[in-house]
Design a protein around this ligand. Structure first.
Ligand code: ADE
Length: 260
């Protein structure tokens, strides 16, 4: 999988990309991340990448010409010359708080592409013609505003990379993730069995895998019910799951009536 990142702050990327799982994925050629400096695609003496907004008002706006030139140059380097627009299959994604909100299913969707372009916005905004005539998708990492799209781009790379074959040491590693199953993940414990008087649940020490699987499923349901009940509405639930949830609801009701 090839990530092409376009930014005015290329120095932000190496430390994260040279660490841990992402570093190993790059070394094993499972992913390749190229970071392109948009400033390298300017032609004036001062390498100008921003300008004042037409119509007045505060702040600066990212100029369209260096961004178009950067994307078009990199597109043409590796592929037959396809116009950079929605008819091109390569996603050209603008990171912006105005985009669709990133989640696990968007990560899954993007992990199917062999190549992805990520444009990191800076300044107060970007010239609208970049949005209208260059990008094919806009993604936000949440309803808050950052100073730029660099951290969001790293978040996308991380979430997508770990879904690719062989990136995680454990081949089933991504299957049970919170969100991958539509539920939050069950609690984990490791040695020691008792820490400061807090015990590991007995069932995890029994070696009875059928019982452990049942306990984990129920814990996932319970956690999701308590922390993210909205997720239960979309999750794929079995009859057994629904019965378990009915049990939790009945328990909650009886606690409430006892308190009154
Ligand atoms: N740029 C600034 N804020 C952002 C956000 N929340 N998501 C993606 N890109 C951004």
């Amino acid at each position: 999988m090839q990530f092409e990142v376009f930014t005015l702050l290329p120095e932000v990327f190496p430390s994260y990309l040279e660490t841990s799982i992402i570093k190993r994925a790059r070394e094993r050629d499972l992913i390749n991340v190229r970071v392109h400096n948009i400033r390298d695609y300017t032609h004036d003496k001062h390498h100008t990448t921003d300008d004042t907004p037409y119509g007045g008002g505060g702040g600066m706006v990212m100029k369209p010409d260096p961004v178009f030139e950067a994307i078009e140059t990199i597109l043409e380097l590796n592929t037959e010359p396809t116009p950079p627009r929605s008819d091109s299959k390569i996603p050209i994604i603008l990171l912006t708080p105005q985009g669709r909100v990133f989640n696990q299913s968007i990560a899954q969707e993007l992990s199917q592409h062999p190549r992805i372009f990520l444009i990191c916005g800076r300044y107060e905004g970007i010239d609208e013609r970049i949005r209208e005539h260059l990008v094919t998708d806009e993604i936000s990492i949440g309803d808050y505003v950052l100073t730029g799209g660099e951290l969001p781009a790293l978040i996308l790379i991380d979430a997508i990379a770990r879904l690719l074959p062989d990136v995680l040491g454990d081949p089933t590693g991504a299957q049970d993730d919170s969100h991958a199953t539509g539920l939050l993940e069950y609690p984990h414990y490791t040695r020691p069995p008792e820490f400061r008087g807090w015990k590991t649940p007995d069932i995890l020490l029994t070696g009875d895998h059928a019982k452990i699987d049942k306990w984990r499923r129920e814990q996932s349901l319970l956690r999701t019910f308590n922390k993210r009940p909205d997720m239960l509405e979309k999750a794929e639930l079995t009859k057994k799951d629904l019965k378990f949830i009915e049990g939790i609801k009945a328990e909650v009701e009886s606690q409430k009536s006892k308190a009154e």
